[in-house]
Ligand binder design. Sequence first.
Ligand code: DP6
Length: 359
Amino acid sequence: MTHSLFLPNSYKHYPEKGSVSYQSPSNIALVKYWGKYGEQLPKNASVSFTLSHCHTQTTLEYKMKRGAGFHVKVFLDGVETPAFLPKIETFFERIKPYVPFLERYAFMVRTTNSFPHSSGIASSASGMSALALCLVALENQLLSREMTSDYYHQKASFLARLGSGSAARSVEGPLVVWGEHPKIPTASNNFGLRYPFKVHPNFENYQDTILLVDKGEKQVSSTVGHDLMHAHPFAEQRFQQANDNLSKLISVFESGDLEAFIEIVESEALSLHAMMMTSMPYFILMKPNTLEIIQKLWAYRKETGSKVCFTLDAGANVHVLYPESEKDPVLQFISKELAQFCQKGQYICDEVGFGSKKL
Ligand code: DP6
């Protein structure tokens, strides 16, 4: 089904050639998206911190061509990478009704990630949102009347979502909601939007240190993982739980209650993994060192009263979240006590950021 809001009016003119570049960040979900329906629509609402240092930079070069069909080449760090083509072609096929100029141009996509390729950090959120933003920027040049800034961001997020669900949350920052929710009337299943309510200063510049426990390829692709929610015995309860957790977070964001924040965020991470452990086939994406880190972190919190907590994506890496006011002691704790559980002792220090940037 097409979404009429994002179908363009006719184009005014087609530039012969040119290029456009965007930087778009990764994001870390506090309430997780796990389960989808239709064309990349989420079964529950999710909310994430947009990150700052983990990002993708993409340049889209375009040149008019004749004939139908897509013509794309992809370069990762300057090296042609045909392995990315199937994903991009599927993406182009899906978004064609919304950006019908795709077949008019031959494209070169040049992309680099600020984080190591095999770090276990998903590049799909930052990569797909950067590409979607480049396409919207190009479309803006073809229109007789430029898009408003709100529409521009919505359309970029809408297209990014069709590439990878979580990418819908990478266009803006610092907090983004994606998915309809009874308490957030403006939230949509179609695109992410900046969290519209009050946020306490405790959450300003929130820190996220990503502990690289397992840098290998994902054991289970998120597409397969999402699919397993279809026949999952706990699916409906899980979708309800996520929506309830988002309701609770609305009050927590307003009050700045970090104890309550920790409880919701850690429970979300473990519930996500519980879904994976109880699907058929079942799988465990945590590694022994993931658990070592969680135990150490809980012990540190008990000893010191720190407000540090963790969350997990669909993998073994641990995102350590803490307020900016605790930056020095928590970083010391990480380097002394947690780095030993990371592959080659590696971790990435990141913090909440403000979304994509045109370069
Ligand atoms: C566990 O966005 O990678 O990170 O829509 O199939 O591309 P696709 O899935 P993806 O799923 C992310 C799942 C998650 C939780 C989250 O980011 O909300």
